[in-house]
Every structure is written in C-alpha cells, then in structure tokens.
Design a protein around this ligand. Structure first.
Ligand SMILES: C[S@@+](CC[C@H](N)C(=O)[O-])C[C@H]1O[C@@H](n2cnc3c(N)ncnc32)[C@H](O)[C@@H]1O
Length: 220
C-alpha cells in the first residue's frame, strides 16, 4: 500500500478493532485494570516502541500464557502489528497507541512483569539524550508500574546508547543480570529478531543485548 494511503487508513483500521487502544482520553480507565481488560490473571509484558510488530507477534504466539501490550506512537506501524496478531488469531496482545512519555498514566503499581526495549531510537546528540527510552527519567516512570524483580530486556545496534544505558540502569535501581555485545554469537539466548535487528545484522552490525532486574532495595 502506498505510504500516503496507509497514513489515511491506518487510524480508522485501528479504531475499529477492540484490541487497539488509541491515545486514551481517560488513562485512569486502564491504570490497574489490565487483568480485567485481558480477562485473565496471566502476567503482563510490555514492548515499548514495537514498530511493525514482527517481534511481539512471534513472541505472543510462542508464550500464550503471557499477555502482551505493544506500544508505539505511530498508527502507520501499529496497523501492521494489528494485522500480524489478527493473522495469528492471538488473543493475548493489546495494541496501545501512546507517546511512551505518558506510559505511567495508564499502568498501575506492580502491573508489569517485563519490558522489552528493542532498537530504541539512539538520540545521539547530548541535548536529545533525555528522549532515550532508557534515560533515567523514563526508568523512574517504569518503576512506578514494575513488580519488584521484574526484568527489562534491552537490545540495540548502537554502541553509545548501549554504553550509556548500562550506566542509566545501574544508577537507577536496576541490577544487570546478563550482558553481551554480540547477541547472535550466544546460542543460550532464545532470540526473536525484530525488523531493525534483521536490517542491522545484514549490514554486519553486532547486536548488543542486556537484561536488567528491578530490585527496589538497591534503589537510591
Ligand atoms: C527504531 S524503531 C524500532 C522498531 C522495532 N522495535 C524494531 O526493533 O524493529 C523505534 C520505534 O519506537 C517508536 N518510538 C520511539 N519513541 C517513542 C515514544 N516516545 N513513544 C512511542 N513510540 C516511540 C517509534 O515510533 C518506532 O516505531
């Protein structure tokens, strides 16, 4: 579909599917209510910046005992995610169109067990670092809805974002439990490739990956 047409049709397509939640006008309707929304007691995992949904759709197909919320701010990519989950007839995924800046408005204390951050925009200029999804101000928001012991799984192609993020996590109450600067060389990780991961690994770029655990006691 040409890009311009998709731009016009994406939002109406999302809006007519009850699995998609679009910029909620009353976020308190969602906060603390996700188990009711999914209709079961399964743990809930988030992907922040899901893009076209290759990763989340495959993961949700594999882990049916987990519920997933796929978050992005652009309807043009979210509509691809929605189509993928509908093709696979998945009932354990909801799509949330929202600026991640506002993510803490829709999630209540201890509602989330895991966050995936895949190929978040690196924002290389110092004056833009605060927009990084691993920046301390974002980590503080995440802590308002993570369960103690919850994990953040972080993958990137970008050396600078990776190095800086290791420090952001450690300084903000997260303990590193795994780290590699060449994920595809490690067979012990059951990895699902994202769209950007396929693109960058084809170019020979090594994929950096780390897992952090939220330990409230170590919090400053
Ligand atoms: C570089 S792409 C990576 C997409 C996908 N995770 C992958 O690995 O292929 C980053 C995605 O994050 C989304 N994103 C970045 N900042 C965001 C924000 N503040 N709120 C919502 N989505 C955001 C972008 O719209 C884009 O789809």
């Amino acid at each position: 579909m040409p890009r311009l047409r998709r731009k016009r049709t994406a939002l109406p397509e999302l809006a007519k599917d009850p699995k998609a939640i679009i910029n909620p006008s009353d976020p308190s309707e969602y906060k603390g209510n996700w188990k009711k929304i999914f209709g079961n007691e399964q743990p809930i995992h988030l992907e922040l910046g899901c893009g076209k949904g290759t990763f989340i759709s495959q993961l949700a197909q594999k882990d049916k005992h987990i519920n997933f919320i796929a978050v992005d701010k652009y309807p043009e990519v979210l509509v691809s995610t929605l189509r993928k989950i509908n093709e696979l007839q998945l009932t354990n995924v909801r799509i949330l169109m929202l600026d991640i800046e506002n993510i803490a408005d829709v999630l209540g204390p201890e509602e989330i067990d895991k966050i995936y951050l895949n190929f978040s925009n690196p924002w290389p200029k110092k004056k833009h670092h605060k927009r990084r999804l691993t920046y301390p101000s974002f980590l503080q928001k995440y802590k308002s809805f993570l369960k103690p012991g919850a994990e953040i799984w972080f993958k990137t192609d970008d050396d600078h974002l990776f190095a800086d993020s290791l420090v952001y996590f450690k300084d903000n109450g997260f303990q590193e439990i795994y780290q590699t600067d060449n994920l595809h060389q490690d067979d012990s990780v059951d990895n699902i490739m994202t769209e950007y991961e396929m693109k960058y690994s084809k170019q020979g770029i090594k994929i950096k990956f780390a897992i952090f655990q939220y330990i409230p006691d170590t919090d400053k």
